[in-house]
Design a protein around this ligand. Sequence first.
Ligand code: HEC
Length: 124
Amino acid sequence: MKKILMVAATSTFLVSGFAVTEAVAGTEKKCKACHNFSAKGKVGPGLLGVFGRDAGTADFKKYSNPVKAGGWKWDEEHLRAWICNSKKAIKEFSGDKKAKTKMPPQKMCGEKGDAIIAFLKQLK
Ligand code: HEC
């Protein structure tokens, strides 16, 4: 009985470890269509060091006005809302119901979003 429980515990661990890796691997592909994980801009700003940074402060010339104006930091709360639905988030962050961002909604919400945030955190 004890042995069975241990096997069950081990496989749960492996499954969740795998799930996280999967999500991050999927994410990389998704974000990489427009972002580099370096300081260099592409369609969007470079994401190196984005965690904890002030919005709109990368070396990137094509920010939309509300992101460039900024006024928030890319902490967990803002990133979670942003990568789930940037279209909705920009209105909340800027306090302007008509604000628009150039980044389309990524629908990476909940656990998927948390895996991405964990990935962004270690981009230093
Ligand atoms: C279709 C292109 C596209 C995809 C895919 C995309 N982004 Fe973006 N992203 C942009 C653009 C363009 C901007 C600049 C937005 C603006 O200025 O309105 C941006 C801005 C950002 C910012 C703000 C950075 C700053 O310097 O203030 C973050 C954070 C971000 N994206 C994260 C992500 C993550 C994480 C993913 C993957 C889940 C992702 N993006 C996928 C195009 C994209």
